[in-house]
Structures are given as C-alpha cells and as structure tokens.
Write a protein that binds this ligand. Structure first.
Ligand code: LMR
Length: 334
C-alpha cells in the first residue's frame, strides 16, 4: 500500500514537472489602439511568428484597445513586470523622463517616412532605445504609424482656424507648444477617452494619423479633417528588461527574429493602412476631407516653426541638429 502511494505520488510529480517544462512562457503585449491598425496588425503578426519560431515555447497574448491598461498605466505596468511587452507611441517616453523621444513630436521635422527611417532605423534610433535601459526597459524596435492631421467640427484651412479650439493631444510638452503655436488650447487626455470627449464637446478637435481616427470612429463625431500631416506618430516596441534578460538565450534569439520580421511588416503596412482608413473616412460621408494647398501647408509650417526654437533645449540641441542633418529640416529656412 505504502509503495503504491509513493509510486502514485512520483508519477503525479513527474507529470506536473513535465507540464511545467512544457508550459509556454507567456508574454502579455498590451496596446491602446484597435486591432485593425498598423500597431494592432503588427503585434498580431509578431505573436504568430513568435509562436512559430519558438515552436510554442513562447506564447504572445495581444490585448488591444486599452483592454488591459490605458496610456499612462501601461508604462507603469511594464516597469513593474505586470505586462511584458508594449508599443507605446514615442510621445509617451517624455513623461517617463526620457525627453530625447520628444524630438519625434516636433512639427514637420520629417517630410516623409524615408527621412524618418534614416533616424529610427539608424544610429540615432539605436542610441535613443539605449536610453530606456536605466528605466528597466529594453527597446526592441521602432514601428511606424504615420503623420498626424487635424480634425474639428469647423473647417481648418489656416492656423487661425485652430485659434481658441480645445485640441486633444498626448502628454507631451512639445505637443503642448505645437498647439499653442497655432493659438489652440492643448488638452492632454488618454487615447481611450478621446472619442467620448469629441462626442460630448469636452474637446473641439484633435490630431491623429488617419488609421487611429478611423478605427476609433472619431470621424463620426468630427465634421472636418484637414490633411496637414504636421507631425509624426510612431512607436517603440519595448519589453521589461529583467524579464527579457531572464529568457533562455535560444527563445530570446527566436523572439528577436520574430521582432525583426514584425518590424519589416509593420513598416510596410503602415502607409497602406492609413491610405485605406482615409478611403473609409471619405466613404463614410461624415467628415469633409480637405487637402491643403502648398501655400496653406507652408502657413502651418511657418506658424509652428518657433516650437523648434523654443523647445530645443528640452530635447537637446545636439540631438535636434543630428536629426536635422538626416532630414534636411531647417526651422529658420522654410
Ligand atoms: C495616442 O494617444 O494618440 C496614441 O498614442 C495612440 C497610439 O498608440 O497610436
């Protein structure tokens, strides 16, 4: 009897050890936008490739639409290790104390994604990601979304059309200055709250890449959208550093490969997703889409140029100059 009990115990222990050995490493990947956005699709792509490349040793669970955490909370959760992976917009790193990331918020600093990629995919981007390490964060990649445009319930053709308007922005001192430069009133608010704020008139308008505007249905509560493309919104994919370093080396290598593939995918689909979203907005007939003339665009650029001078010290003059060198932007000669 005794022998049988010991044997049964040993069998149970062996099975539970085997189960433990096979239990996948779970990586929770939280984000705040819809699943059918560039970030939503790229995170699903990463989850699929991570499962395939690690042969099931790692399981990436993606939580879109602020299902787990809102903007500010998700960064805290990552640092605490409650969630392992995020892709916050680059504006979200300033409030963390890594002000260099606010360089991405400077208006019109990039004309197109080719200029942007010289920064994000090059030495400047790598140096910026390294700045996250003292915060317990490992930066893995930059993923694109796209360029932001202004929306409101009244037409926007000139900077003066934004005067006195309450405009929702992300929590960024540079974005605050950007809104002030056109006479608007910056309103910082979590992404998950923007639709309702627009619907109820708590704010008058906002700035978004079109994929974010469309997938949150903001175009249904905004009558006018002007394709100002005045600033960039993209992401840094990040992990809890301690968690990442504790992974078995083979699994970490496979996840790095999955991330490389997901980054190529993300940056390939971002423009297409934004183009499709714009078509969706136009088809809905709920928002008038206005394409500013060259002169009108220049008027926005000129109105916002002082932001570069005013905020240069905040992100570091040398960093700004090194970005200008890659992009050819010069706030003094527009
Ligand atoms: C926002 O708050 O507007 C963005 O950070 C949302 C996102 O992640 O694209």
């Amino acid at each position: 009897m005794m022998v049988r009990t010991i044997f049964a115990g040993l069998v149970a222990a062996t099975f539970s050890m085997m189960a433990m050995a096979q239990a996948p490493i779970v990586i929770k990947f939280s984000h705040v936008v819809a699943a059918d956005t560039p970030k939503g699709k790229a995170s699903e792509f990463f989850a699929k490739r991570a499962g395939e490349l690690t042969k099931g040793k790692a399981k990436v669970e993606v939580y879109p639409n602020s299902a787990l955490y809102k903007d500010k909370e998700e960064m805290e959760a990552l640092q605490l290790g409650a969630v392992q992976m995020l892709a916050p917009s680059l504006a979200k790193f300033g409030p963390l104390g890594v002000k260099e990331f606010e360089a991405f918020d400077f208006p019109y600093i990039f004309d197109d994604t080719a200029e942007l990629h010289r920064v994000t995919q090059g030495a400047i981007g790598a140096a910026m990601l390294a700045k996250l390490e003292p915060k317990g964060i490992k930066g893995l990649a930059f993923w694109d979304n796209g360029f932001k445009s202004f929306s409101a319930n009244t037409p926007i053709k000139t900077p003066a059309d934004l005067k006195g308007k309450k405009l929702r922005i992300q929590s960024s001192k540079v974005l605050e200055e950007e809104i002030r430069s056109v006479g608007g009133l910056p309103q910082v608010m979590a992404f998950s709250e923007v639709y309702q704020a627009l619907q109820t008139g708590v704010v008058d308008g906002t700035e978004n890449p079109i994929s974010n505007l469309y997938t949150q249905k903001m175009h249904e509560v905004q009558k006018h959208l002007t394709l100002t493309n005045h600033g960039y919104l993209g992401y840094a994919v990040i992990v809890n550093k301690k968690f990442w370093e504790s992974l078995p080396a083979d699994v970490r290598g496979q996840l790095e490969l999955a991330m490389k593939e997901a980054t190529v995918y993300a940056n390939k689909i971002a423009q297409e997703e934004n183009d499709m979203a714009l078509e969706g907005v136009k088809k809905s007939g709920k928002t008038t889409v206005y394409v500013p003339t060259k002169e009108e665009k220049l008027a926005f650029k000129k109105a916002m140029a002082p932001v570069h001078i005013k905020m240069a010290d905040r992100v570091g003059k040398d960093l700004l100059q090194s970005i200008y060198k890659e992009t050819g932007f010069d706030p003094n000669h527009l």
